[in-house]
Design a protein around this ligand. Sequence first.
Ligand code: NDP
Ligand code: MG
Length: 383
Amino acid sequence: MKKHISILGSTGSIGTQALDVVRAHPGVFEIDCLTAHSNADLLIEQAVEFLPGTVVIGNEDLYDQVRSALENFPVKVYCGADAIVQMMEQESTQVVLTACVGYAGLRPTLAAIRAGKHIALANKETLVVAGELVTALAKQHGVNIYPVDSEHSAIFQCLAGEWENPVEKIYLTASGGPFRGKDREFLATATKAQALKHPNWTMGAKITIDSASLMNKGLEVIEARWLFNLQADQIDVIVHPQSIIHSIVQFQDGSMKAQMGLPDMKLPIQYALGYPKRMKSDFPRFNFLNYPTLSFEQPDRETFRNLDLAFEAMKKGGSMPCILNAANEVAVAAFLKDQIGFLAMSDLLDHCMQTVAWTAKPTYEEYVKTDQEARRIAQAFLS
Ligand code: NDP
Ligand code: MG
C-alpha cells in the first residue's frame, strides 16, 4: 500500500528535495496535494510529473495560469490561503509535510492535525509560535510529529528504542554559519550577499539569514523544547563547523548518542516520510578519512545576541516566542531588502520583546493578534 502524502510548500528547498525522495522511491508514495505560494511554473511542472489529486497556488493572481496549464490533466486546481488550509484535511492523506516558510505554516498545520494527519515538520516556526497549542492538539488527535529539521531528526533517531529512558540533556549542533568568528565591527556592515552564502547547506533565503544570525539555532532550541518536552536547562548548543554530527542526546547514565552523516536534507526528509522504515538511498556516504578532525566550540553569544534572546523568550513562555518570531520575520524581510543592518535585526527583536503585550496562555486567536501586533510594532521600529 502506498503512503499518501501532501506537501505544504512543494516549490521550496525542502519541498523540492522531498519530491526528489518521492521520485527515488517509485511505488512507495502517492501525492494527494501540492501547494505553492508564487512559483506557478514549478508547481505546474511538479503537477504534470506527479499528478497529485489537487494543487493549490497561494497567490490568487496566478490561479488562471495554473488552471489553464493543467486543464488536460486529472489535477484539481485551487487558490488562496484558505484553500491551502482546507486541502490539509483531505481524507486520503496520511502525512502532511509542512515545508512552507514562516508563520504562514501555523494555520494549515493546525488544520492537518485536527483532521488527524501525521505531520512531517520542517516549518519550525509553527512550534516556535505556538508549540504548546500544537503539541497539545497533536496529543489530543493521536497525531505524531516527525521532525525534518536535521538536528531534531538526529535527536529523534537517537531516541529510537529509548522512549522509556529519560533524557538528561541534548546538544543541538550549529555550523556557525557564514559569519562564524566574525566580530561586531564586521557584522555592522555585513551585506545580504555575504549572509546568504552558507558554508554547508543550500536553503531558502529566510532560514539562510537566520543561520547567519544564529536565530535559526534559537528557533531550533524552542522547536526542540516542544518536540521532546524538555526544559531550558536540558538544551545546549555547540558549534560544530563541519556539520557531520547533527545533534546529540545525553542520557541519565552519562552515555551520549549522536547521529552523523554528510549534510544532506534529503536524509532527514526521507526518514520523516518513511518512518519507521529506513529506506535505501544512494546519497554519498561519509568517509572518516576525509574528515580527520571534527571540531567543537562555544557559540559566541555576545556577538550573536539572537541565541540568548530565543532562550529568554522560551523561558518567559506564553506568547513571547510568537513575538520573537514575528519580529524576526519582519527583521529578515527588511534585511533582505537592505532596509536594516545585520546587527539591527537583534535590536528589533529586543525592542518587540519588551514592547508587545505578553499573555501567559494564549488561545489561537490571541496568537494571531500577538503576531499582528508584533509585526506592527516591528514595522514602526523600521520607519
Ligand atoms: P523556501 O523559501 O525555499 O520555500 C518556502 C516554500 O513555502 C515555497 O514552496 C513557497 O512557495 C512556500 N510559501 C512561501 N510563503 C508562503 C505562504 N505565505 N503560504 C504558503 N506557502 C508559502 O524555504 P525552505 O524550504 O528553505 O524552508 C521551509 C521551512 O523548512 C522553513 O520553516 C525552514 O525553517 C525549514 N527548514 C528548512 C531547511 C532547509 O534546508 N531548507 C532545513 C531545516 C528546516 P513559492 O516558492 O511558490 O513562493
Ligand atoms: Mg536545522
